[in-house]
Design a protein around this ligand. Structure first.
Ligand SMILES: Nc1ncnc2c1ncn2[C@@H]1O[C@H](COP(=O)(O)OP(=O)(O)OP(=O)(O)O)[C@@H](O)[C@H]1O
Length: 615
């Protein structure tokens, strides 16, 4: 039986097709013919000329009954290496090289007909490449960056692997562990996503107003203690859909908002951004609401390092030291208890590595520097410093200024900030806020940490009348500043690597979506000129090759690396060739990925146009 008949037998979906006389030897209803006729840039004429020389074993009848066979995947995976050599006799054109003619030749190997197209390289792949990055119209895609150069990077788009300077990242301790271990970064991102996507149902808080100015879906922030002065909420901006943190000052309002205006100008990576304020009666009183950026999965320094976060062991999941007195922070503590708490922290290995302490201090001094330079002060407090990941931010800045509008002495408030930083540094070093006995606490610091850390704390806590400044801390921080910068650079490297992977994933997803959209659309299946013909037929065979390959003994052949490799080749529209076998295994088309990509773009555009046409 000739390949032509075998093609006809598998043709789908019409039961009876009116026979059209062959044009140059190729019947028009043949899937191959419809593919080869699909555009002027394809080798229609050459193919038809080549096929015109074929001698058919039998002539088709006037009306051909088409048998629809059930698909059985039998397109055994074949490496390009096993493709037959280009037959010298069947075509004057070359298989490889840079062809400038549109020619097709064929060869029959063991009853299977191989069709070679030699013009695929001359397809205008650049345009197709650029549009492939998007599943929408070209202007909506992010292809600007890749389309700009003459040689598109997509032309060789295969995943480049992890750069050698990134890995291997074996387990590390101290700053490295929390700053740039990929697993740590990944778990931080999951935590944030959990916070954003696994949202608490606002209906759990029926007492809260549905809308407060431009904000809705108010949820009290986890951990916020209900009291009469202030409450914190997470809320959604009704227009932008973005999340914000709201700080409501109960039954309070002020017209002295000069400092709040100044806070609005401060944009610093270690300060939670203050955006706006407004007054409202939505809560049933006359409240003032301050609006801040929302940082998902935040935890206060107090909860993370100083109060044990409710953990039952001396070390909780965050590595926080559990102080048995923390349930009652106001309880008086005898000296021995303080010292014992610190010694237990030492014994249980709960003390923070010095590099982590310096990282926190560098970030906090950077924040204080920005605040003080702007002529403001922020009342540093471990319950008002939040962390997510390894980033520290001072939260609710400006709330004190709203409450004590313009009355407090900024110079004194800045000195208080430095003292508060000293207390915080000491508390972090001892893993407890109960460091009232300065001598005992400093003894522990001196025993465990460097002299620089001890001097920094002593400087900040000194009661001399000399005016202290945050810039004086720089010599004490010294070269540790470089450690922080280096850690951040390493972190940026890890992010870049992860981003490169995500970009690749995005590309492959887009191309998979396109293939899925185009292949065997049920609503167009009744149209014989669509799913089984033209560009779509090639894509269908490619889909079979990609996902339905089987081993020689008929088992599914699965190799995800091969899948990703082929999809990358398709997205890149490379000149590499792939052999696509018809489902009856009697015909094989040898096409380049550039040609397949062209088919995909055309077919996808058709679907897009059909979708845009409307009823
Ligand atoms: N900008 C922010 N984005 C996201 N979460 C935040 C932000 N600022 C603070 N948080 C989190 O909100 C929670 C509550 O903070 P809040 O300061 O209201 O707590 P609180 O201990 O009740 O303080 P107060 O008694 O002063 O109200 C904390 O767990 C903190 O991590």
């Amino acid at each position: 039986m000739s390949w032509l008949h075998r093609e006809l037998e598998t043709m789908d979906p019409s039961i009876f097709l009116q026979y059209s006389p062959p044009t140059n030897g190729l019947p028009q209803e043949s899937k191959l013919a419809t593919y080869m006729n699909r555009s002027t840039s394809t080798p229609t004429r050459s193919l038809n000329q080549a096929l015109g020389k074929l001698s058919l074993e039998s002539s088709p009848t006037a009306i051909k009954k088409v048998v629809i066979t059930e698909f059985v995947p039998m397109n055994y995976f074949a490496q390009p290496a096993i493709l037959p050599e280009s037959p010298e006799s069947s075509s004057p054109s070359q298989l490889s090289g840079v062809p400038n003619t549109s020619q097709v030749h064929q060869e029959n190997v063991g009853g299977t007909t191989y069709f070679y197209s030699t013009n695929s390289d001359s397809l205008n792949t650049t345009g197709a490449l650029n549009s492939s990055t998007s599943i929408g119209p070209p202007e909506a895609c992010m292809s600007g960056a890749v389309g700009a150069g003459a040689a598109s990077p997509y032309a060789t788009q295969i995943y480049s692997g992890t750069p050698t300077h990134i890995g291997p990242m074996t387990s590390k301790s101290g700053l490295a562990a929390s700053f740039y271990m990929p697993e740590t970064i990944r778990s931080e991102i999951y935590e944030r996503n959990d916070d954003v996507f696994l949202q608490t149902d606002p209906r759990q808080f029926p007492d809260l107003p549905e809308n407060v100015e431009m904000y809705s879906e108010l949820i009290p922030l986890e951990g916020s203690a209900p009291h009469s002065i202030a409450t914190s909420y997470r809320a959604l901006h009704r227009h932008t859909g973005e999340q914000y943190a709201l700080r409501r000052l109960h039954s309070y309002t002020t017209s002295a908002t000069k400092r709040l205006e100044m806070w609005k100008q401060i944009d610093h990576p270690n300060i939670v951004r203050f955006h706006d304020w407004f007054t409202t009666k939505a809560f049933g009183d006359h409240s003032m609401v301050l609006v801040y950026s929302y940082h998902p999965a935040c935890v206060t320094l107090m909860n993370k390092y100083l109060s044990g976060g409710g953990g039952t062991n001396s070390n909780d999941a965050n590595g926080a030291f559990h102080d048995p007195f923390s349930s009652d922070p106001d309880a008086p503590r005898p000296y021995t208890h303080q010292k014992n708490a610190m010694l237990r922290a030492v014994a249980s290995g709960a003390l923070l590595p010095e590099a982590v302490l310096w990282s926190l201090l560098v970030q906090l001094t950077a924040a204080l520097r920005a605040v003080h330079t702007a002529g403001l002060a922020c009342s540093l407090d471990p319950t008002k410093v939040v962390m997510n990941g390894c980033r520290v931010r001072i939260s609710w800045c400006g709330a004190i200024d709203a409450l004590h509008a313009n009355t407090n002495d900024i110079g004194q408030a800045q000195q208080d900030d430095l003292t508060a930083l000293g207390r915080l540094a000491l508390a972090l070093a001892c893993r407890t806020i109960h460091c009232d006995n300065l001598a005992a606490s400093m003894e522990l610091v001196a025993r465990t940490y460097s002299a620089d850390l001890k001097n920094l704390i002593l400087y900040l806590l000194s009661s001399s009348t000399a005016r202290r400044s945050v810039t004086d801390l720089m010599p004490m921080i010294g070269a540790r500043f470089y450690t922080q910068v280096e850690a951040l650079e390493r972190r940026a490297d890890v992010f870049e690597d992860q981003l490169a992977r995500e970009i690749d994933n995005g590309r492959l997803l887009r191309i998979l979506i396109k293939l899925g959209v185009v292949n065997e659309r049920p609503e167009l299946n009744l149209d014989a000129s669509w799913s089984e013909t033209g560009d779509r037929y090639m894509l269908k065979l490619f889909r079979d090759y990609l996902f339905h390959s089987v081993t020689a003994d008929g088992r599914p052949w699965l190799d995800q690396a091969h899948l990703a490799h082929c999809l990358n080749q398709l997205d890149g529209g490379t000149t590499a060739r792939v052999e696509l076998m018809s489902r009856d295994e009697q015909s094989v088309l040898v096409v380049s990925y550039a040609e397949l990509k062209h088919c995909l773009e055309q077919a996808f555009d058709e679907v897009m146009q059909a979708a845009a046409e409307g009823p």
